[in-house]
Design a protein around this ligand. Structure first.
Ligand code: NAD
Length: 360
């Protein structure tokens, strides 16, 4: 079966890093039996330039028809003065909403060769490999009512509503369990059930789904305040964390920082069928765009996630991850990474990963 993959390079360093991801996909097709058709379309500022919209209708049609989408990054100073509704970031929010991507997967992986970049001691963090599964379309960021009202005594009061329905909790739990099945089969659900009603329901529903559908997954629960503490105290205790939108937003950035290397972090946003949008966590880095200085590894690791979660090719995902570990072990470093023995640019880093894949 041939997979349809849509590439959305976007703005800034986006085209440079997506070109290296494309090189990796080409080698997987040439040498390792992957079958895919690649298409490319504009999004973000590039979408605005091409069609007056950050998410052109033609791009959305291609995304709907694709099995998976790989995005570079959007945004840049050229577009900062545009009206809010056509700003590049709108393209990103729109494609996530249009594709119904409710589950966000953010791994925090620290390759041992980069352990010195972390703010934590190497023995605490070296070899870290955890995955945060964050609910992305519900919770307090979307709950109604919300607003600012005036109280009888004349002062203003701001309010938001944390809402989670059973079906929303069920689907994110299933997604997290499926991800855990491909890892160490340990799931930690993070909530604030000692204080919040919505968290009480969250905990009950997560427990029910795991008991009935995934009895082989080892489930634990943790309050969010403790989870934040444990992430910086002993992060290697975690395999997969599942949590709501607000807690996931905060914990995933905290976990990302444990690795100390923004150019190394991939992510995925998935729908109920496992179709996904894959992208590096970093932005479009306009300060280094067009200079062959961007680290392409977060985007290449996003390809690995795509292989694992949308294309059913876990073995190829492992090959890509091993190739990335291999070039780091060879001492190659882009300018954002510490240590190593040889400074390389975007293209040379991509070529080195492709070469390793070709060789093995
Ligand atoms: P950024 O992530 O683009 O850059 C922050 C710093 O990290 C910069 O110094 C940059 O050079 C460096 N950096 C980022 N990625 C790198 C890589 N792959 N290799 C080497 N260095 C890298 O964040 P920012 O500067 O706050 O935002 C710049 C633009 O990106 C803004 O327009 C913002 O809106 C946009 N943005 C887009 C996304 C996205 O597309 N998902 C996410 C965040 C920010």
């Amino acid at each position: 079966m041939s997979h349809k993959i849509l590439l959305l390079p976007g703005d800034g360093i986006g085209p440079e890093i997506v070109a290296e991801a494309r090189r990796v996909l080409d080698v997987l097709c040439e040498c390792h039996g992957l079958r895919c058709e690649l298409e490319e379309a504009p999004i973000g500022g590039a979408g605005y330039d091409a069609a007056g919209q950050p998410l052109p209708a033609a791009t959305l049609d291609l995304a709907r028809a694709a099995d998976a989408v790989l995005l570079g990054a959007v945004g840049g100073p050229r577009y900062d003065a545009l009206p809010r509704e056509v700003r590049p970031e709108r393209g990103l929010l729109a494609i996530r909403a249009e594709l119904g991507l409710f589950g966000n997967l953010r791994p925090a992986i620290l390759f041992p060769q980069l352990a010195a970049a972390s703010a934590l001691r190497p023995e605490v963090v070296s070899g870290l490999d955890l995955l945060i599964v964050r609910e992305l379309t519900g919770g307090i960021y979307f709950g109604e009512p919300r607003g600012v009202r005036t109280l009888p005594d004349g002062q203003r009061q701001g309010f938001d509503t944390e809402l989670y329905s059973e079906s929303e909790i069920v689907r994110i739990t299933r997604l997290a369990c499926r991800a855990a099945e491909q890892r160490q089969r340990r799931l930690c659900s993070v909530d604030k059930a000692n204080v919040l009603e919505s968290s009480g329901l969250w905990r009950e529903v997560v427990e029910g789904v795991v008991e009935q559908e995934f009895p082989h997954i080892e489930l634990s629960h943790m309050y969010v305040d403790n989870a934040a503490m444990q992430l910086v105290r002993a992060p290697k205790q975690f395999d997969v964390i599942v949590t709501g939108n607000l807690f996931g937003d905060i914990l995933s950035d905290c976990a990302a920082q444990l690795t100390g290397s923004i150019g190394m972090l991939p992510s995925a946003s998935l729908d109920e069928q496992g179709k996904g949008l894959y992208e590096p966590v970093h932005g479009s880095a306009p300060d280094i765009a067009g200079q062959d200085r961007a680290n392409p590894l977060a985007t290449i690791l996003s390809v690995a996630m795509m292989l694992r979660y949308s294309l059913g090719a876990g073995e190829l995902a492992e090959r890509v991850e091993a190739a990335v570990a291999g070039v780091l072990a060879d001492g190659l470093r882009t300018a954002d990474l510490q240590g190593g023995t040889r400074r390389v640019g975007t293209r040379e880093m991509g070529e080195a990963v492709a070469e390793r894949l070709r060789a093995g």
